[in-house]
Design a binder for this molecule. Structure first.
Ligand SMILES: *[C@@H]1O[C@H](CO)[C@@H](O)[C@H](O)[C@H]1NC(C)=O
Length: 344
């Protein structure tokens, strides 16, 4: 079959998959799409702040980064890479929610509640399943988000000696953003994916897998039990559901707490996954090398880079998920649609 037919087939399967999802997963998917639209610019600022090395700062803070991005790349510049998230957020949520339910179900004895330890175990296992999609997603997203920072760094006078402008070790350097020009060639996620697959095979897309696991597994370990317990505090009686605003706040608090706790791993992950480097930006051989180089050259505070942004990204993302569940958007769609038959 031709490439085109193949693409159509995949799309069809994707649509069928989406509509055969249980209502719960549709909630997750819609929450993801709404969430990405709301907070993507902060996520972009996070990536750029994390990749800045001392002495070559283009951006002073999140706000400064957003203002400069809008000035030089326009409003849509803040959404570079958002298409990756919009496309993959539903499958990602599907895997995570399904895995979490699966493990919780299997770990609970005779339908009674889970102990905190088992809740952690379920969250941890779900986090491990999710990285199958998260890693390539982040890999592509980061290249797109960071391109504007590298371009800005090259434009900024005094930072880079002119003879160092073209030095870089990145695989993709020839295709984007390291050529000293004021308008970097715009490249799409599909092009990056294709080039990576071509030059490095599937491993190319899974660069930073270890760091992603190191970030997401502990994230789940903190998030799920914290949310469940915070939510429990708001229940009027053991059998009743917590009020809506309570679930929303629990989601925000649990999400941002977990995000800040695992931020050091997120910094390492961002550094490892950035293919194009600016002049004088060192590259790393794996997680340990990256940790120790950052520690030595930038000090421990570097591990908190982008932590505020990350908390601001995660809190609404998780809060919105709780709202979707509460409103039962997925259940509504399923009950309205003739496709309901498929899922029954
Ligand atoms: C985009 O997706 C990645 C991978 O799941 C996630 O870490 C990040 O928070 C997402 N960003 C937004 C703004 O949704």
């Amino acid at each position: 079959i031709t490439h085109n037919t193949f693409t159509k087939l995949v799309l069809l399967l994707f649509v069928l998959f989406f509509f055969s999802l249980p209502a719960k997963l549709i909630n997750g998917g819609i929450a993801g799409i709404v969430g990405v639209t709301c907070v993507f610019p902060i996520d972009l600022a996070k990536t750029r702040l994390q990749n800045q090395r001392p002495g070559q700062q283009v951006y002073k803070s999140m706000i400064d980064c957003l203002i400069k991005t809008v000035r030089s790349e326009g409003y849509f510049g803040m959404y570079r890479g958002a298409a990756v998230n919009l496309t993959l957020v539903t499958p990602e949520k599907a895997i995570k929610l399904a895995a979490n339910d699966f493990f919780r179900c299997h770990l609970s004895k005779d339908g009674r509640g889970l102990t905190v330890f088992r809740e952690m175990l379920a969250g941890c296992a779900a986090g491990m399943c999710q990285v199958i999609i998260t890693t390539p997603m982040e890999m592509l997203k980061i290249q797109l988000q960071d391109a504007g920072r590298l371009a800005a760094q090259q434009r900024k006078p005094g930072i880079i000696p002119p003879n160092r402008l073209a030095t870089t070790n990145a695989v993709l350097s020839r295709s984007y953003n390291v050529v000293p020009s004021t308008s970097p060639r715009v490249i799409s996620a599909t092009q990056i994916a294709r080039e990576l697959l071509h030059s490095q095979g599937i491993q190319g897309l899974y660069k930073g897998l270890g760091a992603t696991l190191l970030r997401d597994v502990p994230f789940s370990i903190v998030y799920f039990p914290l949310f469940a317990n915070l939510n429990k505090l708001g229940k009027p009686s053991p059998d009743a559901a917590a009020p809506f605003y309570w679930s929303f706040i629990s989601g925000c608090v649990a999400g941002s707490t977990a995000a800040v706790v695992v931020n050091p791993c997120d910094v390492v992950k961002t550094r490892l996954q950035s293919l194009s480097k600016g002049a004088n930006e060192e590259s790393y051989n794996g997680i340990i090398d990256c940790f120790s180089k950052i520690m030595k050259r930038e000090g421990p505070s570097a591990f908190l880079k982008g932590a505020g942004c990350r908390a601001l990204v995660i809190a609404p993302l998780f809060g919105i998920v709780q709202v979707m569940y509460f409103l039962g958007v997925g259940e509504f769609i399923m009950s309205q649609s003739s496709l309901k038959l498929i899922s029954d």
